[in-house]
Design a protein around this ligand. Sequence first.
Ligand SMILES: Cc1cc2nc3c(=O)[nH]c(=O)nc-3n(C[C@H](O)[C@H](O)[C@H](O)COP(=O)(O)O)c2cc1C
Length: 346
Amino acid sequence: MASPRALLQSIPWAIAPIIINAPMSGVATKDLACAVTSAGGLGFIGFDDPRHLNVQLEEAKSLFKNVTVPSGVLPIGVGIIALNGPPSTFLPVFAKHKPTAVWLSFGEAKDFSRWSTGIRSVSPNTKVWIQVGSVSAAVQAAKACQPDVIVLQGSDAGGHGHARGSSIVTLVPEVVDTLAEHGIEDLPLVAAGGIMDGRSAAAAIMLGASGVVMGTRFLGANEAKMPEDYRREILRATDGGEATVRSTVFDEMWSANAWPDLYDGRCLRNACYDDVQNGLSIDQMRVRLYNNIYKNQNEEVDAKDVSSFWAGSGVGMVKKLERAGDIVEDTRNDTRNRLANAGNWS
Ligand SMILES: Cc1cc2nc3c(=O)[nH]c(=O)nc-3n(C[C@H](O)[C@H](O)[C@H](O)COP(=O)(O)O)c2cc1C
């Protein structure tokens, strides 16, 4: 199992244990990423088209102009959905801005391999992170791409992920053991999915993670870019296993599902999901959805019934709006205390 020190060396400004924000498309913009990095974590910007990404990285660069990182990289990372290639359209952006890391997700080992080669050729100090949701995908990615970090995404995670998956409670240790069987012992793993505070972060580190990713928790950050009704529903949700559900329905609400069968997504449960569960076809569900949207203006429409509000099963623990920096600092301090006191039985 890799020592957490290996990950820290590639993020020299970070304070252990490393808290990372997930690259949530549209939600994690440069405001969230910069706030997380400034608090001693590692911030990621979510997937965006190359032109917008370039603008965001330009703004981040001016914010960090007085910060010197020895390897010359920009102290934030970028998320890439590997299915949304081709890499060639993004490589000039990476060459120009040299992010600390590019986090690849949603693709096959051959896609990750193509992206990794391209990224390393234009920005050799940028680390390649690959997010996967199964033991076999972790082994394949580790062998095919020699990533610098593997992100293990458990089934509690909000947003898209492996439809057949387990929680990080079993995923992380089984990946540690299986990689060791393949002679891979020094590859840092970070855990994602259901980590909401110092309790779950400490647990993830005990399971073998070198750092922890939070997505859903940062949906309660002031710096997350979200429509008001999305934010309201996140703060209102309780009992995450009931309030959220994994399904492909959320990708079928408006048009055909473009995602490969390997993936579904965890979202706030809504009327569209319930309709399909109750036997409606996708077409019938869409008719009800449109009727719902164009309801008489006097009738109230529940925003979550006409939207895909992606969220993880930890959503019931997002209770208030906070500064992203406070989330990072509180989680880190609590994790440290819990790990320090874990063996105290008396
Ligand atoms: C709103 C939202 C959007 C997401 N978008 C992306 C994305 O664009 N790319 C990606 O790799 N993961 C995405 N994810 C998944 C995260 O990378 C991460 O695995 C997940 O947030 C971790 O679980 P948690 O939400 O329980 O913290 C998203 C998650 C959420 C909640």
